[in-house]
Write a protein that binds this ligand. Structure first.
Ligand code: NAP
Length: 250
């Protein structure tokens, strides 16, 4: 006997997107843009206050949001987040993976190995973890995965850091394997590679950019627009890779 879910009773069937790192920066902007386009948004990240603030913004504009506090490095948290989305909406159509980490100590001369493991664990292994646990839901809807990688994952960027560059570069391969192996289910992945974006993330640079440098960077909204373009693509369209950089970046 089929138990009615919240989804059965809601109409019309609005798509659902799960955004990791949804409490700030590009994740937040992508969630707000998706919500403004009628998507229901699940927001995950470690800071519940940041998630709730974004949820309030979504709800204030008439949208629906679900906050999922948790750490993408913890399988229990990711499992519970996927289950909570299933309980609440019974579907998942999009996944935006914006959670990421770096460190000011990023060269062979000064890096810390524990930190290196943490960066790779967050940027690469945790992306694989979230995708793996969301795949059963994504297959049912022929969903879209947007992996927020980096310009450093597309072209070697000397200042980006050993762990950061290696982890982001590997995301290209992760997206390619998803696209090769999940084509039959209709699941599509995009390796999204932003250049410099004015967000809190810049605080992790050895030299934190000032107001003038930030003024010529991309904004989180620039990236959100690109994310939405990928989410909105018709089911037979796959955007394999997108590189977006500020004109000022060499
Ligand atoms: N800003 C740039 O110039 C730039 C350029 C290219 C690519 N990127 C990438 O863009 C993505 C988004 O970064 P952003 O620039 O928008 O900066 P941001 O605002 O600092 O976003 C990073 C997000 O990741 C979340 N996060 C980090 N570790 C996590 C963990 N273990 N579990 C769950 N969530 C975690 C953070 O939330 P909590 O701390 O609350 O967990 C935060 O919301 C990152 O993957 C970054 O590598 C940034």
């Amino acid at each position: 006997m089929h138990e009615p879910t919240a989804e059965d009773q809601s109409e019309p069937r609005r798509p659902v997107v799960w955004v990791t790192g949804g409490g700030s920066g590009m994740g937040r902007a992508s969630a707000l843009t998706a919500a403004s386009r009628g998507w229901r948004v699940a927001l995950s990240g470690r800071r519940p206050d940041r998630l709730r603030a974004v949820a309030r913004e979504v709800e204030g504009s008439g949208g629906e949001a679900l906050t999922l506090p948790g750490d993408v490095r913890r399988i229990e948290d990711v499992t519970e987040s996927a289950a909570a989305i299933e309980r609440r909406w019974g579907r998942l159509d999009g996944l935006v993976l914006a959670a990421g980490a770096n460190s000011p100590r990023r060269t062979w001369a000064d890096q810390d190995l524990a930190e290196l493991e943490d960066i790779v664990g967050t940027n690469l292994v945790s992306v694989a973890r979230v995708v793996q646990l969301a795949l059963p839901q994504l297959r049912r809807s022929a969903g879209v995965v947007v992996v927020v990688s980096s310009y450093a994952g597309w072209r070697f960027s000397p200042g980006a850091g050993v762990a950061y560059s290696a982890s982001k570069t590997a995301l290209a391969s992760l997206c390619q394997s998803l696209n090769a192996q999940e084509a039959a289910s209709g699941v599509r992945a995009c390796h999204l590679c932003p250049g410099d974006v004015d967000t809190d993330f810049l605080a992790q640079r050895p030299e934190v950019p000032g107001v003038e440098a930030r003024s010529v960077m991309l904004t989180a909204d620039d990236i959100a627009r690109a994310v939405q373009f990928v989410l909105d693509a018709p089911a037979h369209v796959r955007v394999d890779e997108l590189v977006i950089s500020p004109v000022s970046q060499h």
